[in-house]
Design a protein around this ligand. Structure first.
Ligand code: TLP
Length: 344
């Protein structure tokens, strides 16, 4: 099977498996796991933040981040297709008691003027806005990358207005690769950053939350509350360290494969995509013109050895990662082309 459903499907490399087997471990709830401690220190250093926290998932990282920046009954601004809004089971409402105020941006990239207009006025009828949540790369906007100046402008203005900024950087290394900048430059203006070890970087499990030491101390308590006190988690952190140190440099290959897919998809009748908008490893394309709903296309592709999901009835998403080669991308295009021909 060729699996383009997500970069979450990547399996640990042989080096990761070896490191996991040999990892030095201790009880991380007592902060005695040397491998977790090393991962947290390295993650913070690489992101240019004071402290880091190893969490099992990106969802838990985002959930805790919102909690450390807000109180119950406040508002959080995000883009209208944000992961935190559509894919995290309303954890922000459930755990932090906050309301999301989505703001639509056609390319997924918010600007300060859009955010400013969504800040609630100080009035007897409005809940205070206290946090801006930015997703870079923006998953459901096809892996779109925030230009540095746009994000810096958002953070500077948000801070002037007394708002915090949390960066959902699940794929921040993909953004850094596209911009050809050190990842710490992208993280610098944000108050906290969540990033995933288990997506394009290939670790089997885990994400990191980084930020100020005081905030990460509080985050540790929330992680325990959510059931994320993982004891001998060094076996997982060992793979995470390899993901962090050795995998970012190869992400450009995934981006080149995504551009290849986009270029080939654009040649197929009934498919709509602008390949020039594919910046990283996510390719979203519209299949309305093929006469197939995405659910039907997913099934037709599965019988042809290709796994790929729709994100709604009209749009499919293909995600490249280090478990798919260029040759497999070419095979994937052949499978799609065949499925469309069969429909005709
Ligand atoms: N994204 C997954 C699905 O949940 C959609 C995927 O296949 O892309 N932030 C962003 C931007 C994400 O894309 C994801 C996962 C998360 C957070 C959550 O990470 P996990 O899955 O570790 O909870």
């Amino acid at each position: 099977m060729i699996d383009l459903r997500s970069d979450t499907v990547t399996r640990p490399t042989p080096a990761m498996r070896r490191a996991m087997a040999e990892a030095e471990v201790g009880d991380d709830v007592y902060r005695e796991d040397p491998t977790v401690n090393r991962l947290e220190e390295r993650a913070a250093a690489i992101m240019g933040k004071e402290a880091g926290l190893f969490v099992p998932t990106g969802t838990m990282g985002n959930t805790i981040a919102v909690k450390i920046h807000t109180d119950h009954g406040q508002e959080v601004i995000c883009e209208s297709r944000a992961h935190v809004l559509d894919w995290e089971l309303a954890m922000l409402a459930w755990f932090s008691g906050c309301l999301l105020r989505p703001v639509a941006a056609s390319d997924g990239i918010l600007h300060w003027r859009d955010i400013e207009a969504a800040i609630r006025p100080k009035s007897a009828h409005s809940a205070p806005t206290t946090l801006v949540e930015i997703e870079n790369t923006h998953n459901m906007a096809g892996g779109a990358v925030y230009p540095m100046d746009v994000f810096e402008d958002i953070c500077a203005n948000a801070h002037d207005r007394g708002l915090k900024v949390h960066l959902d950087g699940a794929r921040i290394f993909n953004a850094a690769c596209h911009l050809n900048r050190p990842v710490r430059d992208l993280a610098a203006p944000a108050d906290s950053v969540m990033f995933c070890l288990s997506k394009g970087l290939g670790a089997p499990v885990g994400s990191m939350l980084v930020g100020r030491a005081e905030a990460i101390d509080r985050a540790r308590g929330y992680r325990k509350r959510l059931g994320g006190g993982m004891r001998q988690a060094g076996v997982l952190a060992a793979a995470g360290l390899i993901a962090l140190e050795e995998m970012p440099h190869r992400l450009g290959e995934d981006h080149a494969n995504a551009r290849f897919l986009a270029g080939e998809l654009a040649k197929l009748a009934g498919i709509q995509i602008d390949p020039a908008r594919v910046q990283t490893n996510i390719v979203i394309f519209d299949v309305t013109g093929t006469g197939l709903a995405t659910t039907a296309l997913t099934l037709a592709l599965k019988t042809r050895g290709l796994l790929m999901n729709g994100i709604n009835p009209r749009q499919m998403r293909a995600v490249t990662h280090f478990d798919v080669s260029r040759e497999q991308c070419a095979t994937a295009i052949a499978a799609i082309s065949e499925a469309l021909a069969a429909k005709r």
